[in-house]
Ligand binder design. Structure first.
Ligand code: C2E
Ligand code: MG
Ligand code: MG
Length: 658
C-alpha cells in the first residue's frame, strides 16, 4: 500500500474496499440460498400439485432451478476471481443481477402458484414467501438496492393476487403484505446501515494498522525503506551471505552541499530534490537490492550477493558506485531550477568478520566521510586504517561523555596583548584532564563533540565556567574573556537566553564576555546569524570572527555583521615573514578591518619578526606563544594582568586594567 496517495484517492479506494466487502457478503450467502431454494421450491410444488396447473408449477420450478444454477455459477466465478477493489463495480452488478433474478422468480410464484379457491394453499404460499423474504433480508441487506428490488418484486405480485380475490379477507391480507413489505424495507435499511458502519470501522482500523506499519518501516518523504527496515534487511542479508558464502556491499551515500540547496531555495524544494534522488536511485537498482533513506540527505544502498570473494565483490560494488555517480551527472530540474547535485559514497563489503549491521553502517559512514574529505563527488572503500580512526573516535566520544560527568574538563587561558604591552584579555581554551592520558588538546575532541552533539553540553560547560572565571577575575583585574562558540552551539534555539541567564547568574559585566565564532557559523545561515548576534550584542556582549581568512567571507556580509574584531588565522600569521602571499593577505585583512571600523587581533604570534611586521602594518592586538602559552586559570590570575618582562622579551608589559 502506498500511503503517499492523496486523500481523495484514499477515500475513494476506501469506499470501493467497503463496497467490495458488501458484495462479498452477498456472494457468501449464495451456497446457502441456492441450495435451500430448490429444496423448498420442490416441496412447495408438491404441496400445490393438486390445486395449481402443472404447467405453471413446472415452468416456475424450472425458472427457480435455472436461477439457482446461475447463482451457483456466479458464486464460483466470484470465488475464482478473488476480486480487487477496482473490480468492485462489475461484481456489484453481478450481485444485483443474481438478487434480481431470484426476486423475480419468487415474485412469479405469487402470480403463477396462487390458488384463488384454496385458502390452505394460499397460506402455504404466504408462509413460504414470508420465510424466503426473511431469509433474503438477512442475506441481501448488505446491498440495499438488491434487497429493495427483491422485496418489491416478491411482495407486490402476491399482494396483487390477494387483492384481486375481491374479498374482505383478501384485501386485508393484501394490506398486511404491503405493511410487511414496508416493515421489511425498514429492517433491511437498518441492517444495511449497521453493516456499512461496521465494515467502515473495520476498514478504517485495517487502514490505520497498515499506515502505522508503513510509517514504522518506510521513510515518509521518499517512501523508501527507513533505517529500521534497512537494519532488519541488513541483518538478514549478513546471515544469508554467511550461509551461502557470498559477499554483499553497503553503499553509504551523502549528497554534496545539500544544505546549500535547502538554505538558498527552501526546504520544500530540498524535499522535492530528495524525492527525485530517491526515485532515480530506486529505478537503477536490481530487484534484490535495496535503497533506503537514513534521514537528511543520507541514503544507503544494500547490494546483496555481488561476489564470491572480496576482489569480485569490490569490482561490482565499484561499478554500482560509478553508475550511481553517473546518475547524478544529469541535472535535476525542479520548479524551474536546474540543480547540479553530486554525492560522496562510502563502500563496505560484508560479511568479512562478525560485524553487525550497526558496525557496518558506521564503517560505510566513515568511508563516506573520507570521500568528502578527499574532495567530494567520489567513492571510497572502507579501509582498516579508517577503523583505527573510528575506534579512536568512539573512545574519545565515550571518554568525553564521562569527562563531562566527572568534571575532567578544565579551562586554560591564553593572554591577549595590546601593542603597548598590556594584557587586555584572554582566550578560554578547553582542556581535558584525562585520568590516564593526561592533558588532551581540544583539537582531538572538539570536532568529535560537534559530530556527536556532545558540543551542546561541552559548550555550555565552557560558557558557564568562563563566566565564573570572569567574575573571579573582576575582583583582581577585569579582563575580556573570549569564548569559542561552535556552530551547533550558536544555532541552539535557546542560546541567546542561555547567555543572558549566565550573565545574570554570575553577575558579570557583559562587556567582559567576548564570543568567537567562525566564518562557517556565519555562512551557515547569514540572516539567522545576524539576528541572533544582534540579540546577543544588545546584552552588551561583543563578537570576533575567529580564524579569519580560512573561510569564504565576502565583504558584503562582513559589513552587515555586528562584530567588533577580526581574528587573523594562525596559519597566515606564522608565515608572514617567509611567504609573501600570506604577508599580502594579512595586510589586506588589516586594511579592510580598518575601513570597516573593526579591530584586528593576530593569533599564533611566535616570533619578534612576526610581531614587528604586524605592528608595522597596523595590527595592535596579539595572541601567541611569544607572549604566553595557554595557562591554567590560576596562572592567569597570578599574572595579575601582566606578563613578567623576562617572559616577554619583545614588548614591555605593565599591569593595567582595561
Ligand atoms: P582557536 O580558537 O583558533 O584557538 C587558538 C589555538 O591556537 C589554540 O589551540 C592555541 O593554543 C593555539 N595557539 C595560540 N597561539 C599559538 C602559537 O603561537 N603557536 C601555535 N602553534 N599555536 C598557538 P588549542 O587550545 O589547541 O585550541 C584549538 C582549537 O580548539 C581552538 O582554535 C578552537 O577552535 C577549539 N577550541 C578550544 N577550546 C574550545 C572551546 O571551549 N569551545 C569550542 N567550541 N572550541 C574550542
Ligand atoms: Mg578561538
Ligand atoms: Mg583561531
Amino acid at each position: 500500500m502506498n500511503i503517499s496517495m492523496d486523500n481523495q484517492t484514499a477515500k475513494n479506494g476506501g469506499q470501493s474496499d467497503i463496497l467490495l466487502e458488501q458484495v462479498r457478503l452477498v456472494f457468501a450467502s449464495v451456497p446457502f440460498s441456492a441450495t435451500f431454494i430448490p429444496i423448498v421450491s420442490v416441496l412447495l410444488s408438491i404441496l400445490l400439485w393438486d390445486t395449481v396447473g402443472h404447467e405453471a408449477i413446472l415452468g416456475w420450478l424450472s425458472a427457480i432451478m435455472l436461477v439457482s444454477l446461475f447463482r451457483w455459477w456466479q458464486y464460483w466465478r466470484f470465488q475464482a476471481a478473488q476480486p480487487l477493489p477496482e473490480d468492485t463495480e462489475r461484481w456489484w452488478r453481478q450481485a444485483l443481477l443474481g438478487a434480481a433474478l431470484s426476486g423475480l422468480s419468487w415474485g412469479a410464484s405469487g402470480l403463477l402458484l396462487f390458488a384463488p379457491e384454496s385458502m390452505p394453499d394460499q397460506l402455504f404460499l404466504t408462509f413460504l414467501l414470508v420465510g424466503v423474504i426473511a431469509a433474503a433480508v438477512t442475506t441481501l441487506s448488505a446491498l440495499f438496492p438488491a434487497i429493495m428490488f427483491f422485496l418489491l418484486v416478491t411482495i407486490l405480485p402476491i399482494t396483487w393476487s390477494f387483492f384481486s380475490l375481491g374479498t374482505n379477507l383478501g384485501t386485508v391480507l393484501a394490506g398486511l403484505f404491503l405493511f410487511f413489505m414496508l416493515l421489511m424495507l425498514k429492517t433491511a435499511y437498518r441492517l444495511n446501515s449497521i453493516l456499512a458502519e461496521t465494515l467502515t470501522m473495520r476498514h478504517d482500523k485495517v487502514m490505520a494498522e497498515a499506515t502505522i506499519h508503513h510509517q514504522a518501516l518506510y521513510d515518509e518523504l521518499t517512501d523508501l525503506p527507513n533505517r529500521r527496515m534497512l537494519f532488519d534487511h541488513l541483518g538478514q542479508e549478513v546471515a544469508r551471505s554467511f550461509r551461502h558464502g557470498y559477499l554483499g556491499a553497503i553503499l553509504f551515500l551523502d549528497l554534496d552541499n545539500f544544505k546549500n540547496v535547502n538554505d538558498s531555495l527552501g526546504h520544500a524544494l530540498g524535499d522535492k530534490l530528495l524525492k527525485a534522488v530517491a526515485q532515480r536511485l530506486s529505478q537503477r537498482l536490481r530487484q534484490e537490492d535495496i535503497a533506503a533513506r537514513l534521514g537528511g540527505d543520507e541514503f544507503v544502498i544494500l547490494l546483496s550477493e555481488i561476489g564470491k570473494d572480496s576482489s569480485q565483490a569490490s569490482v561490482r560494488a565499484q561499478r554500482v558506485a560509478s553508475e550511481i555517480q553517473q546518475l547524478f551527472l544529469e541535472p535535476y530540474r525542479i520548479d524551474g531550477h536546474t540543480l547540479y547535485v553530486s554525492a560522496s559514497i562510502g563502500i563496505v563489503l560484508f560479511p568479512l568478520d562478525e560485524s553487525d549491521p550497526g558496525d557496518l553502517l558506521q564503517r560505510a559512514d566513515v568511508a563516506m566521510y573520507r570521500a568528502k574529505e578527499d574532495g567530494r563527488d567520489r567513492f571510497r572503500f572502507f579501509q582498516p586504517a579508517m577503523q583505527k580512526a573510528l575506534d579512536t573516535r568512539l573512545t574519545i566520544e565515550k571518554g568525553l561523555r564521562k569527562a563531562l560527568e566527572t568534571d575532567q574538563l578544565e579551562l586554560y587561558y591564553q593572554p591577549q596583548v595590546k601593542a603597548d604591552g598590556n594584557i587586555y584579555g584572554a582566550e578560554a581554551l578547553v582542556r581535558w584532564q584525562h585520568p590516564e592520558r593526561g592533558l588532551i588538546s581540544p583539537v582531538e575532541f572538539i570536532a568529535i563533540a560537534e559530530e556527536t552533539g556532545l558540543i551542546y553540553r561541552l559548550g555550555d560547560w565552557v560558557l558557564n565556567a568562563a563566566c565564573e572565571h570572569i567574575r573571579q577575575l573582576s575582583a583582581v583585574c577585569p579582563l575580556v574573556v573570549s569564548v569559542n562558540i561552535s556552530p551547533k552551539q550558536f544555532r541552539e534555539p535557546d542560546f541567546v537566553n542561555r547567555v543572558r541567564d549566565l550573565i545574570v547568574a554570575h553577575r558579570i559585566d557583559p562587556k567582559l564576555l567576548h564570543l568567537e565564532i567562525t566564518e562557517s557559523t556565519v555562512l551557515d545561515n547569514i540572516e539567522q546569524t545576524i539576528e541572533r548576534m544582534e540579540a546577543i550584542k544588545s546584552l552588551g556582549v561583543s563578537f570576533a570572527i575567529d580564524d579569519f581568512g580560512t573561510g569564504h567571507s565576502s565583504l558584503a556580509y562582513l559589513k552587515r555583521l555586528p562584530i567588533e574584531t577580526l581574528k587573523i588565522d594562525r596559519s597566515f600569521v606564522s608565515d608572514i615573514v617567509d611567504d609573501p602571499n600570506d604577508a599580502v593577505l594579512v595586510e589586506t585583512i588589516i586594511v579592510m578591518a580598518k575601513h570597516l571600523g573593526l579591530r584586528t587581533i593576530a593569533e599564533g604570534v611566535e616570533t619578534r619578526e612576526v610581531l614587528a611586521f604586524l605592528e608595522e602594518k597596523g595590527c595592535h592586538n596579539f595572541q601567541g606563544y611569544l607572549f604566553s602559552r595557554p595557562v591554567p586559570f590560576q596562572a592567569l590570575m597570578d599574572m595579575g594582568g601582566s606578563l613578567l618582562p623576562d617572559e616577554m622579551p619583545a614588548v614591555k608589559l605593565v599591569q593595567r586594567v582595561v
